[in-house]
Design a protein around this ligand. Structure first.
Ligand code: HAM
Length: 434
């Protein structure tokens, strides 16, 4: 049966597969997590931005064979093709390009954006997720990359994860590109982005399948078997010097990577990071430092991923503008918080409940609720004809700190009875504030 209505004419109660409803419990957790995203971004001096979840499809279609392009939710309307964003970076690039020339650089922009990908689902992978992005535009130096990596750890610390629980693996596509330009890609440097997209699948599909794709004569890379094996071997190199062994000592890529580790020392997070040649990232646009965060036990998929993409604006027809950033999803981190036993329950909490015993007390109850709300309190006003017992139980469930009980006797005296729901203590207060 197609669509939302089943054979009996009743709508299915499930949202589309891989998407979520956020009932109050889940919504509160989401707000808690997003609150930390916002707080870390603010503490690093980043400005928030947003863009439509819907874009013209051509913004997302690149020809490097990326998974993300095949996973677009798309449709056609009045001869235009649209797609829901699978990631925020293309929209960000569009926004920067639209104002290029008029922006004071470097930009430090962040967002928390819902992204849509028609994924095969596994733990922590969905067809819709929220992604916290922090990006710096207009700064070519690795100081920007270091600042972003520090922000990821600032976040995981704030969430209550112990320092050893999350590790960031770092690599440099520039190091690989320089190496391959001297070697197997000498005659076809343009094949580099497509090569990265293929080798990113190593973990998932294994070395033989990667070699097969790299050597496919009709594919975008077309290496000889021995060349493809050489590339796969490089992904297993254990340190920066081994990875840079084919390059001159003054290689910029090598220098940048080593300097990045030095900077991370200054941030006090170097011991939570390490060189990992197998991290190349599956998106075509990265050009320099690339990184991914994982749980130390490697039980889950990547918690976050990012890197430098200095040529994206040019490929979209804009001016040359260096950029670096990361995307950090809401799902994998929730799984990790659960595994570590630190996912908060986020119970409901309000300041007060106002309870009129009868309708004759309601105008005074409304006036009281208005006064408390104006003072900044969160106040639930009991709406119907409810018994005191029920109102007290509801107030307890709502996580209320106090209940204001307004009966005819209190009202006649111009007072209200206030009960502290934690201690059970009661006192009266005048109804009209001075
Ligand atoms: P990405 O590696 O495709 O990079 O996604 C970044 C993060 O988003 C992942 O590490 C994961 O936490 C989360 N994520 C991605 N897909 C899913 C999914 N299907 N379900 C749940 N979580 C998911 C990017 O998207 C780049 N645009 C990041 C970036 C920003 N690079 C530079 N600036």
């Amino acid at each position: 049966m197609h669509g939302a209505v089943s054979g009996k004419g009743r709508a299915t109660l499930q949202p589309p597969r891989g998407t979520r409803d956020f009932y109050p419990d889940e919504y509160r957790f989401r707000e808690w997590l997003f609150g930390h995203f916002h707080a870390v971004a603010a503490s690093f001096g980043f400005e928030g931005v947003d863009a439509p979840v819907l874009e013209y499809e051509e913004l997302f279609t690149r020809k490097a064979g990326e998974e993300i392009t095949d996973q677009l939710f798309h449709f056609e309307l009045h001869d235009r093709r649209y797609a829901l964003r699978g990631e925020f970076t293309p929209s960000l690039a569009r926004m920067v390009m639209a104002r290029a020339g008029g922006l004071r650089l470097p930009l430090r922009w962040y967002t928390v954006a819902q992204c849509w990908r028609y994924e095969r689902m596994t733990r922590g992978r969905r067809r819709e997720h929220y992604q916290w992005n922090m990006d710096v535009w207009g700064e070519p130096d690795v100081t920007a990359d270091a600042e972003l990596i520090a922000a990821v750890f600032a976040l995981t610390d704030r969430l209550g994860l112990a320092p050893g629980v999350v590790r960031i693996g770092l690599n440099s596509r520039a190091l690989l590109e320089e190496t391959l330009r001297e070697g197997v890609l000498r005659s076809k440097p343009d094949a580099f982005p497509a090569l990265c997209v293929v080798i990113d699948k190593l973990d998932k599909i294994g070395a033989d399948a990667v070699v097969e794709q790299l050597t496919d004569a009709n594919g975008p890379v077309g290496l000889a078997e021995v060349e493809a094996r050489e590339v796969v071997d490089w992904l297993g190199t254990s340190d920066v010097d081994a990875a840079a062994s084919g390059l001159p000592a003054d290689s910029k890529a090598r220098r940048d990577l080593l300097r990045l580790f030095e900077l991370l020392e200054a941030y006090g997070v170097a011991d939570r990071t390490g060189f990992d040649a197998s991290i190349v990232r599956g998106l075509a646009y990265y050009t320099g430092i690339v990184f991914e965060a994982f749980d130390a036990g490697r039980k889950l998929r990547a918690i976050c991923g990012g890197g430098r993409y200095d040529r994206l604006l040019e490929t979209l027809g804009g001016p040359a503008l260096p950029a670096v950033g990361f995307g950090f999803g809401d799902s994998v981190i929730e799984e990790l918080l659960l595994d570590e036993g630190v996912r908060p329950d986020c119970p409901r909490a309000i300041d007060a409940v106002v309870f009129p015993f009868g309708e004759s007390e309601r105008p005074a109850a409304i006036a009281l609720a208005r006064r408390l709300r104006a003072g900044g309190a969160s106040v639930e006003l009991v709406l119907g004809q409810v018994k005191l017992k029920r109102a007290l139980a509801d107030a307890d469930r709502a996580g209320a700190r106090r209940i204001y009980l307004l009966g005819s006797d209190e009202l006649a005296r111009g007072e209200v009875l206030v009960r502290d729901l934690t201690s059970g203590d009661q006192h009266t207060e005048p109804l009209e504030a001075d």
